[in-house]
Ligand binder design. Structure first.
Ligand SMILES: [Zn+2]
Ligand SMILES: [Zn+2]
Length: 540
């Protein structure tokens, strides 16, 4: 068994564990082990036989035991059992219907079916109501969902980072371009699409149907197919003749309202040519939400960013040290990075006391000796207490280069109270930026009741910036709110809120979200050199 075959089996195992909703850490460990094995220079089977496989990075005891079993017997018994019991297309269909994997498996067992098609047949012949726990109401809902399968819409969108990974992976395998909501960088992606160019679409669509990411095909005609993913989200693949690729890409990028206003689109091989033929300037996909045919502003780009002003380290809930984060930020090409760990009131994780802040300052000074001329800034993500006071005394805040203020607890306050609370915090003269101003978690927690118009007015008056937080579940402010902030004259900061070195990559999401709010480089504080960041805030 060669390394690729071993890696494939581990990946399949990870997929199966995902279907039965096993511990996510276990799943990730198997994925990482598969990756390591795929890239290993030596034959891993030999290492297993020599009892040396644990020398490979990320192979722990549990995985080593599975590998021995695989090499000795040619299979992993638990995997074989899962494969007998679970049909991925059935689980995918179950997710599409809003059922968890476990519930899908229970339903399939009760009906004695093993595939998505058999489930559809059982439903069509009225057998759902024989299943314990499924009353007439649930049956009606399931039948309704099955009937809407041909015009699929997921119940809930995917977070942008997950959608980008999924669609990017499919596009790369098929040699196509990501389109749909992902290309417009929507915060929650419901319409996933890939556009390929192929004179003969058959083989491309066959390949799409066979991808491991696609568990069932919902629809297929000559030039397009819709598959449903493990997450239960439909993904559409369009194949265009080369001379119409630009037109197909533009249509598949949307938004539908934006495209409809420009129809009929002329046929062209690339998107620029479509715009040329229409006689209007090319429009960045981030601005294609509403009909627009004017000259777009020069939107901010990741290359304009000079530093990151919000990240965490092992001093609170981050995974890397001050120096590691600084070094990684320097490798991003930045001039500065503000370390903004939590304060005690955050509760769930360790927060920095005044004493910690001073000790961390010494560590930051040491890191700066090593990393100069790159500059690690002494910052803090200071909790805003229930009454609007900050979680650290002013004399501590006054020592710092950059203070972010954040609401983390007591988010259900009514609007007048919440607004007063945030206003009070902004009045603290050391606060430079309001973090994740609405507190939302996409698809999980709504925005706090806070009067953003009032917050923006006060932020402008005091010279406080508002954050565009780049964590995929937050993206807060959203593009719409960025636009409101900029119209109010408030400056924004594009931040990653990185909790690891890899997290610094969230800058692409923060910048894309700012672009959706029509931000130019001049609107973004951290496109400026260090001297413009340091010093007291500058009221309007
Ligand atoms: Zn926070
Ligand atoms: Zn944070």
């Amino acid at each position: 068994m060669d390394n690729a075959e071993i890696a494939d089996r581990l990946e399949t195992f990870a997929l199966m564990l995902e279907l039965v909703e096993a511990n996510p850490y276990t799943i990730r460990a198997y994925r990482r082990a598969a990756e390591t094995i795929r890239g290993a220079a030596l034959p891993v089977a030999d290492l297993v036989r020599a009892n040396r496989v644990r020398e490979l990075r990320g192979i722990g005891e549990g995985i080593a035991a599975r590998l021995s079993e695989l090499i000795e017997t040619g299979q992993i018994a638990e995997l074989a059992e899962l494969e007998r019991e679970l049909s991925p297309d059935l689980v995918g269909l179950g997710r599409f219907l809003g059922l968890g994997a476990r519930r899908s498996v229970e339903l399939a067992r009760a009906l004695g079916v093993r595939t998505a098609d058999e489930l559809r047949d059982a439903a069509a012949t009225g057998r759902l109501r024989d299943v314990p726990g499924i009353g007439p109401k649930t049956e009606a809902l399931l039948l309704e969902a099955l009937a809407s399968e041909r015009s699929p819409r997921p119940r809930q969108g995917l977070l942008l980072n997950q959608a980008r990974e999924l669609v990017g992976g499919v596009a790369a395998t098929l040699g196509g371009e990501p389109a749909g909501d992902v290309r417009r960088w929507r915060d929650s992606c419901e319409w996933l699409a890939v556009v390929c160019t192929a004179p003969d679409p058959g083989p491309v669509l066959d390949r799409f149907a066979g991808l491991p990411q696609i568990v069932a095909l919902l629809d297929r005609d000559d030039r397009r197919a819709i598959g449903v993913t493990i997450e239960g989200v439909p993904l559409e693949v369009v194949t265009a003749e080369p001379e119409r690729f630009g037109t197909a890409l533009m249509r598949a990028t949307g938004s539908p309202e934006y495209v409809a206003a420009l129809e009929p689109l002329p046929d062209a091989p690339d998107e620029r040519s479509v715009y040329d033929a229409l006689g209007i300037p090319w429009c960045p996909p981030e601005l294609r939400e509403q009909p627009f045919a004017g000259e777009p502003p020069p939107l901010v780009e990741v290359a304009d960013i000079r530093g990151d002003l919000h990240c965490h380290t092992t001093w609170s809930d981050g995974r890397a040290s001050v120096e590691e984060m600084g070094r990684a930020a320097r490798e991003c090409g930045y001039d500065y990075l503000a370390i903004c760990d939590h304060t005690p009131a955050v509760g769930a994780v360790r927060g920095l006391t005044p004493d910690d802040v001073r000790r961390q300052g010494e560590e930051i000074a040491a890191a700066n000796e090593v990393l100069a001329p790159f500059r690690v800034l002494r910052g803090i993500e200071c909790d805003i207490l229930g009454d609007g006071r900050l979680d650290l005394p002013d004399d501590v805040l006054s020592e710092l280069d950059w203070v972010q203020a954040s609401v983390h607890a007591g988010q259900r306050m009514p609007a007048p109270e919440m607004t007063r609370r945030v206003e009070e915090a902004l009045r603290n003269p050391y606060v430079r930026c309001l973090s994740h101003p609405t507190g939302r978690y996409i698809n999980r927690r709504p925005e706090n009741a806070v009067d953003l118009d009032r917050i923006f007015a006060l932020a402008l008056e005091l010279g406080v910036a508002v954050e565009v937080n780049g964590l995929a579940p937050r993206l807060d402010l959203s593009g719409e709110h960025v636009r409101d902030a900029l119209r109010a004259g408030v400056e924004i900061v594009c931040s990653t809120d990185a909790h690891s070195v890899a997290g610094l990559g969230n800058m692409t999401l923060a910048v894309a979200t700012a672009r959706r709010g029509w931000a130019t480089a001049a609107d973004v504080v951290n496109t400026r050199p260090l001297e413009a960041i340091l010093g007291p805030r500058r009221p309007a």
